[in-house]
Write a protein that binds this ligand. Structure first.
Ligand code: ATP
Length: 315
């Protein structure tokens, strides 16, 4: 039995449209499933735990939504030991990208129905569990500004959602003030002056494919960290195209770190986001929980050794 967790509002309504086509595919293939429509992030965990408790033969929970929807059910899936599968229906879909899950619906469903899992790490701390990345500083401020700004509603109304993020980046670039940050990775503290952002990543990308930590691997038991510091506004602007290929890692004002636990303390309050969802402005203490969540992923078949293998729910 598969549990389908659907956020109809994700991707500006893509969740609802994707479910309609997935439902037809599941019926035509005779695959047993139960749909669960989640109402909001706060109630999702309780809803999913309630659904999972009703039977014990779940093969997987298939999320139809974006990274925020997946974020909202991580605790429930982890607690019940049910593998996660994803049919992307968000705006960024960086979880799907990170696990090699196709963005096309039918191919993603195919990947969800294969019994090959990666034993993925989770980031824990900072208000709960995160799968893709905890980002603090400039990027988080862009997300906050876009969500609170009038231009998101305006751009969505004219069907140009991505434009809101470009406006958000330019708006934040004009107003954001870099400050000192202390980053402690596996107990070793380093201070950076004029820091713009600190991103702690489990997967290579966020923001819809921006490769902020291109070397990050979901199942290596490690967190990859990117610190951007000591540069001008113009240099930050010029950083963005390099994120498409991940070549920013060679720039002199970018420092990459790797470890099992990371603490971040900005000299002034700075916003943070986890899987794109707001985490507040408190200092961060994040640790890696190796292999904490099984994820149905086409990458599993490609792994010659390690934790990948057939998936069984452990409810
Ligand atoms: N389980 C849930 N059910 C309903 N709404 C949710 C749930 N989880 C989060 N939300 C709300 O729905 C919004 C959109 O969901 P989601 O983040 O999945 O899609 P997106 O923002 O379009 O895509 P992405 O996060 O991949 O860029 C979230 O920002 C949050 O406000």
């Amino acid at each position: 039995m598969y549990l389908l967790i659907i956020n109809p509002r994700s991707g500006g309504g893509a969740g609802q449209r994707t479910w309609q086509s997935v439902e037809g595919m599941l019926h035509s293939r005779g695959i047993p499933h139960e749909p669960l429509f989640t109402q909001n992030a706060d109630r999702a965990e309780t809803q999913v735990l309630g659904a999972l408790a009703r039977r014990d033969d779940w093969r997987a929970a298939i999320v139809i939504g974006g990274d925020g929807t997946i974020h909202s059910v991580l605790g429930a899936l982890r607690r019940r030991g049910v593998p996660l599968a994803v049919i992307p229906a968000g705006s960024g879909n960086d979880t799907a990208r990170g696990f090699g899950i196709p963005l096309a619906t039918e191919a993603a469903l195919e990947a969800a129905l294969q019994d090959r899992c990666l034993e993925a790490d989770l980031l824990s701390g900072a208000g709960g569990l995160t799968l893709t990345a905890v980002a603090s500083g400039f990027d988080a401020q862009v997300a906050v500004n876009v969500n609170n700004g009038f231009y998101k509603r305006l751009c969505n109304a004219i069907g140009a959602g991505q434009l809101a993020y470009i406006i958000g980046i330019l708006h934040t670039l004009m107003t954001f003030k870099p400050c000192r940050v202390s980053v402690t990775c596996d107990g070793k503290e380093q201070a950076f002056e004029k820091a713009w952002l600190v991103s702690i990543c489990n997967l290579p990308s966020y923001g819809g494919g921006l490769l902020i930590c291109p070397q990050a691997e979901a199942d290596d038991g490690l967190l990859d960290v990117c610190v951007v510091h000591g540069c001008s506004r113009m240099q930050v602007l010029r950083l963005f195209p390099t994120l498409l290929k991940g070549t920013h890692v060679a720039l002199p004002f970018v420092t990459m770190l790797r470890g099992h636990s990371v603490a971040v303390h900005f000299a002034q309050a700075r916003h943070a986001i986890g899987d794109g969802e707001p985490l507040g402005t408190a200092p961060l203490a994040v640790r890696c929980e190796p292999g904490a969540l099984r994820v149905l992923s086409p990458l599993a078949a490609a792994r010659e050794q390690g934790a990948a293998g057939p998936c069984q729910a452990s409810v």
